[in-house]
Design a protein around this ligand. Structure first.
Ligand code: FAD
Ligand code: MLT
Ligand code: ZN
Length: 482
């Protein structure tokens, strides 16, 4: 398997933009929807980590499904490559052009179409920012079934296209369960209406699932129908310390068994993740526990409908865990401000890593009992040349292994890859739990998927996008995608 992105070549069958193309786009979108401004393009060409940079000369802002359809129909006929872009918070180099692909930015398609209070079904456009949907639903007494640190910028269309997991998957499950319908525009401009609002519909193949997690390589998500749970008012958050990884695992098993239906998050971070935030003076981050040397921290959230019952249940659980020696210290948030400051510790890690310099990010699904062995093996491999941190969604078996260094260095990269992928494959894990493959891991797909499965994926891609204009060089290995 090849390593990283550098070896990609521009597909020569793609055309280069000309002035007639620009005039056509202005005709369909108006002057305002056709962006050639250099500063704007510089931002849109660069990913959140400042690691991947394209050289697109054009960003288009459609306002409707019809406009997306016209854009793609034209790009397909001219063989112009396209990158769908949401909030550009993706972490695998999937949301920015590799070369001169046209950027289709979805932010103006941000309308809420309908909300049914009886069923909790929300229908909206793909460019709605997650935090705005959360705020809208809060007023209605509902919540979104997903939440993530990037909520202030990421869009629901981007979340669906990456099949984002996030902080509450342990409670509400993945988007494959919560998304009831989608409207997508295919590469040739055809609009596919799968925007059902039914919980149950077994009329043939459920094609919307193909687009959930396909990272903009099969179609552009223009509308979404999603099932939202009611907002429950009794929320408790505890920030706990464990002295070893085995205790974290046992605590997880106990939490699932003893907190049962009220458990809504089980997140973990090691002491190096916390040190990084404190060292980098991240706003509002402070360890609520006395400065004893703890190796691991766990954030547990419960959400239920009965304050007294939930609090007693959680306190009983914590007391038992303390007596059993599973937790060495802990704090239970006394109010909403303290609860958000506990969350800030967990959600602030990606930002703290960015402040610390260069970061090599690995987002892995692994058997929980093996997960931390990888972090320790990586520390031994890299000794003092890097800061290796481990955090993630322990409740879902999802480790975020991050290696932080002052600057990017090919020598370090060769120490990390392919070791990290081989290790994951050997333990039957996934090299992408929730971030996707993007450009970063397109060539590494075989570590997690058999050859026959990858070939079938390539056939699906060929059928839906025969010229390969949608998000080229991403997801599928380069040997199969052009
Ligand atoms: P972009 O970054 O713009 O795009 C991501 C991919 O989706 C690209 O391949 C793009 O082409 C495609 N795409 C975007 N919009 C559309 C559309 N409308 N139609 C078709 N394709 C589209 N991920 C998690 O899973 N869990 C987390 O907890 C989590 N936390 C994060 C925290 C931070 C601080 C950051 C920066 C990122 C985090 N992410 C997380 C990663 C990221 O995948 C998510 O932020 C989010 O799902 C991406 O949405 P976006 O709108 O920014 O999409
Ligand atoms: C998280 O869980 O914080 C996100 O997936 C982002 C990251 O892995 O850094
Ligand atoms: Zn995550």
């Amino acid at each position: 398997f090849g390593s990283l992105a550098a070896k990609v070549h521009r597909n020569p069958s793609f055309s280069t933009l000309n002035s007639d193309d620009i005039s056509y786009f202005k005709e369909i979108l108006g002057e305002k929807g056709v962006i050639e401004d250099e500063d704007w393009l510089a931002t849109a060409n660069t990913d959140w980590m400042h690691k991947y940079k394209g050289s697109s000369k054009l960003l288009l802002q459609p306002r409707s499904t019809e406009e997306v359809s016209q854009i793609l129909k034209y790009c397909n006929s001219r063989c112009l490559a396209v990158v769908p872009q949401g909030g550009n918070t993706g972490l695998v180099g999937g949301s920015v052009p590799v070369f001169d692909e046209v950027i289709v930015n979805m932010s103006l398609m941000n309308n809420i179409i309908s909300f049914d209070k009886v069923s909790g079904i929300l229908v909206c456009e793909g460019g709605c920012i997650l935090e705005n949907l959360i705020a809208f639903l809060d007023n209605q007494g509902f919540i979104m079934p997903l939440d993530l640190g990037a909520k202030g910028s990421c869009q629901i269309g981007g979340n669906i296209s990456t099949n984002a997991g996030g902080l509450r998957l342990v409670r509400y499950g993945s988007l494959h369960g919560n998304v009831l319908g989608l409207e997508v525009v295919l590469a040739d401009g055809n609009v596919i209406d799968m925007l059902g609002t039914l919980r149950k519909d077994n009329t043939g193949y459920d094609l919307k699932h193909l687009f959930i997690g396909s990272e903009g390589s099969l179609g552009i998500v223009t509308k979404v129908s999603i099932l939202t749970p009611p907002k429950l008012f009794s929320v408790n958050v505890a920030f706990l310390a464990c002295c070893d990884y085995f205790s974290c695992q046992k605590l997880l098993m106990e939490a699932k068994r003893k907190l049962g239906e009220i458990l809504s998050a089980f997140e973990f971070l090691d002491s190096k993740s916390l040190d990084l935030q404190v060292l980098n003076h991240l706003d509002g981050v402070r360890n609520p526990l006395p400065p004893t040397m703890h190796k691991f921290y766990i954030l547990i959230e419960t959400t239920g409908s009965d304050e007294t019952y939930d609090r007693q249940k959680l306190e009983g659980f914590l007391l038992h865990a303390m007596e059993a020696g599973l937790i060495s210290d802990g704090a239970l948030a006394q109010d909403i401000n303290q609860a958000s400051s506990f969350w800030r510790i967990r959600e602030g890690i990606p930002e703290a890593l960015m402040k610390a310099g260069a970061v090599y990010k690995y987002d892995l699904s692994l058997p929980v009992e093996k997960m931390y062995d990888l972090v320790e093996e990586m520390r031994t491999r890299l000794s003092d040349s890097a800061n290796v941190v481990g955090y993630g969604h322990l409740g879902d078996g999802n480790l975020h292994l991050n290696i932080s260094t002052a600057q990017y260095d090919d020598g370090i990269l060769t120490q990390i890859e392919p070791f990290v992928y081989e290790w994951t494959s050997k333990h039957r894990g996934s090299i992408s739990a929730e971030h996707g493959l993007g450009l970063m891991k397109a060539n590494e797909i075989f570590y997690s998927k058999p050859t026959a499965t990858v070939s079938l994926m390539a056939s699906v891609k060929k059928m839906l996008d025969p010229k390969g204009i949608l998000n080229p060089y991403k997801v599928l290995p380069h040997s199969l995608s052009s």
